[in-house]
Design a protein around this ligand. Sequence first.
Ligand code: BGC
Length: 850
Amino acid sequence: MHKYRWKSLLSYLILFSTAGAATTFAQGPIPDSPAIEQRVDEMVAKLTLEQKIRLIGGEDSLFIRAEPAVGFPRIKMSDGPIGVRGWGPITSFTAGIGMAATWDPELAQRVGAAIGRDAHSRGVHIVLGPGVNIYRAPMAGRNFEYYGEDPFLSSRLVVGYIKGMQSQNVIATVKHFAANNQEYDRHNVSSDLDERTLREIYLPAFEAAVKEGGVGAVMDSYNLINGQHATQNSHLNNDILKKDWGFKGILMSDWWSTYDGVAAANGGLDIEMPDPNFMNAKVLIPAVKEGKVPESVIDDKIRRIFRTAIRFGFIDHDQQDYSLPTYSQENRPVALEEARESIVMLKNEHATLPLEMSKVKTIAVLGPDAWPAVTGGGGSSQVTPYSAPSLMTGLSDYFAGKAKVLYSRGVPPMDEMLSKTNFMLPEKIAAAELPAAQGHGVMVEQFDNADFSGTPVSTRFVDRVDTILNPENAQFPTPKGVRYSTQFRPAKDGIYMFLATAGGGGAYNLYVDGKQQIQQISREGIEPLWVELPLKANQTVAVRLDYMPNGPNLQAGLAIRSLDELVTVEARKIAALADVIIVDAGFDGTTECEGYDRTYALPWGQDELIEAALAINPKTIVVLTGGGDVDTHRWIEKTPALLHQWYSGQEGTTALADILSGVRSPEGRLPITFPHSWEENPTHDSYYAPVVPTGATPHVRYSEGVFVGYRSFVTTGKKPLFPFGYGLTYTTFAFSNLKVEPGVTNGHASAQVSFDLTNTGKVASADVAQVYVGDPSAKIERPRIELKNFKKVRLSPGQKQHVTLSLDERSFSYWSESANQWNWDPGKFVIAVGDSSENTPLTTEIELKK
Ligand code: BGC
């Protein structure tokens, strides 16, 4: 054995001499120490500059290179944060937004530990999660991976998750640092925000991950922050993360998010993933020789890699742990509990829920999400479970012998929409080119430019606008523009849906009778877009789709269908037969996905499906699947019961069935504000970057500042549809007896908040007691109240609990730009206690003096 191994093993055995052999390893990282630093020094001293540089660029997608000269093993990574991805099927947990809806940091810790065990069972050293980017707007394509709109809630959960995972000697990677709050154009967009907004809203969860969670790795984001890419943003990486917060672990890039080797090396990046395209010997050796990058800067990166690897035991132990089962029975109940605690009941009129099973014999399950199972959103977080019942199969099993489940998708699949649209060629073209086709079809012209100028490089005729895999690609380079020209003649009067789609982030414009009806901007989304237009029987409309592909894979589609033919006949029949209808509406991995944004509206056809179900049987329960709030305005008033299940992993359907049947009371609480409309969101006017010329940087200006989500609603007094922190149960709770004991010790403010919480109903359940703080006498404008502590309290009927929650100095502070530090102004503070940002029945004022 290498001599360093002996040394480290010795200190390890001294530290953990009581642990048994099989479990010795899962004790969490050992603290940094002079002995570790000395060992690191000795390892670094053995390496040439070339060897060091080799270590700061990844390999084979998910590895840090080995360095045999110092006994450093190849380090294996896996994606997170919802489970271990990329090394075969595995336990699939609730998405981050669902974890946030549990408001349960202790559960987050158990989930972190479970994913850590799964990582060990696959020999994974580093899990690429959790993600803690703040929910600014519902469209951001990765909201579902993150913990919602509040920095305090996110901080508590991320600390739990990291502690759990790292207790298993698996490194957690908190990502994406920072202000990665939109997915559109993610490599190019700059998030522009002031230092106060950054520190108060977008950084606290990262700060807590580092300072309290002791996270081993941080991942820089794709985007720019105030005009500088994250991977070379020295202010973020060096000044804040490493100096201010004292982070001593590894800072890696997101995959292909490094853009300049020298700037990244000096800007604080420690490892370029997944390949050394910029931080490589060719770039850095001359840069070091010319003094552009001090060798000490490279050494610091190596020191971080070695130090962290030693602390987690990677140099002294094999990470593959065969004492753990491949299919973990220990993790399944954790996944189930997380799913149960995450589901939020948003509406429950006329005691629709729980279902009265003696009266329910037939359940109609409708919706594209009801089968097959939708366990998560799309992209790098998506994991494959060994098994996961869909809503339809899971409810059928759960209610077997009591009620039967009838299922229909409800709306046709996209393929059918595309293939069943009957297009007609413009008369002139039909006559000249295709007399045999009797006028049916579409003319396709391919252009070598994106503004469709000049003569097309090719023209051909097809039956429909469907995925076209460029048939002429042997002869022509990928076209920059593809124009589909056709006509549509409706058989009857009615409202018609024009449904357009393009893969891979392509752009398109749809024109009907020369008028633009849909615009999809390049790299903004992949979900089909649609418009609903009134048409008259036999009156032909001209239809043109101008498609600008974003790469070599051509994929575009267009369908037109009368709205009254959208919801299937079968779905209507089933709905009419049922005692109760459950519509599983929302998104999935193809419509809500990393790399793109989603729509605010539910995917096409789903509003119509919900409306049709409600019209047939008002006892319709809507279950939402997705990463956040959606447009509900067409059906919310009429819907008696609404549940949000987020993406609830492999155990989600069982959890939902427990809630539908009343075996469990729902306990989830919104980690976001759910407004009536997108217009009500404070980022409505600033979410999309103004369009800039090709090649220029689009800038998103966070003009709402710290007034994100509920912070805006509580300050303006506008009421959202469902507030932050809100969620119904099958019981009722009462808050009473508030006492607040303020204290200032050596200039440091704090307070103890105590109150009673009573379950006044007839069913056991949990409430989330939330403590908000307001600062009416602050010298700067602050949100009227902000969440500063909370506790999930589970109570049996009639049970009362005395709850005490403390507030620390940060609870009263804001980021002072002039002092460049946290600051609190002496004076009055409001303490408001309740169970949502809009329901704080206990309120008092305290005075804090410096
Ligand atoms: C994602 C990261 C992920 C990485 C590795 C990137 O595209 O943004 O979150 O960890 O890929 O798969």
